[in-house]
Structures are given as C-alpha cells and as structure tokens.
Ligand binder design. Structure first.
Ligand SMILES: [Zn+2]
Ligand SMILES: [Zn+2]
Length: 132
C-alpha cells in the first residue's frame, strides 16, 4: 500500500490486513481486528496484533482513540476531526467541526499550554433515536 511506503513503515501481509480493516470499519478495537484477521492468519497471536498496532502508532500512521466505557479504538490518521459516539450502540462517527476557538480559549483563560486535544460528543445516533 502506497500509504505505508510513504510513511516508511515495513509492509507485512499482517499490517496490510490491519490497515484494510481500519479502512473498512473506520474505528476498530484490537480484539475486533484479531477476530476478523485470524481467518486469514490463523497463527497470528493477539500479542502480535498489538505489536503491529503499536509500531504503526509510533510511526503516526494510526491513531488511538480512548473512549469512556469502550475498548480503545484505532483508526488511520487522517484530517483532524472530532467524534460522535452513540451511548446505546457504540457507533463512532467522524465529524469535521471547527474546534480551533475552543483550543485558543483554553490557553487564553487558563494559561495552560495545549499541545493536543480531541473532542468527543456522546449521545444517540440517528438509528438509535428512531427506535425508541
Ligand atoms: Zn446508536
Ligand atoms: Zn475518527
């Protein structure tokens, strides 16, 4: 995959499979990756999946998403975005909204030097709203 090459990441069939899953599902946990990947790589251990994820994270190729009440999810690094998280079904959606004002206001009001931030919105997705 060109993206892996461009990021100087050693390409292995396992990594390629992990990247494909992330591309397909958007946000996925290590356990979910492991369950889906073991059909094609029966000898692959959960520890190896973790190792691959960590290596790609160090290369800033994938991003870790910590969500309260959920397993950590991973996604391919892309344009900055925030997340909409459904409390009922756990669905995670990307949303592009301008959070720059928020990031400017924190140092201005508190003197805290912000290095990074992420915004997560919790609520009900459209599908869950319609089945009450
Ligand atoms: Zn939902
Ligand atoms: Zn995302």
């Amino acid at each position: 995959m060109e993206l892996l090459k461009a990021n100087n990441i050693k390409i292995t069939p396992q990594r390629l499979a992990i990247v494909r899953l992330m591309d397909e599902y958007g946000h996925i946990s290590v356990r979910e990756i492991f369950e889906k990947i073991k059909e094609n790589f029966p000898s692959l251990s959960l520890a190896t999946v973790y190792k691959n994820i960590n290596a790609m994270m160090e290369n800033r190729f994938i991003n870790e998403l910590k969500i309260v009440g959920q397993e950590n999810k991973y996604e391919l690094v892309k344009e900055r975005h925030s997340h909409l998280i459904c409390r009922r079904c756990g669905h995670i959606e990307d949303v592009k909204i301008d959070t720059s004002k928020l990031e400017e206001s924190v140092p201005a009001e508190t003197g805290f030097a912000v290095e990074e931030s992420s915004v997560q919105f919790f609520g009900l997705c459209r599908a869950c709203q319609s089945k009450k």
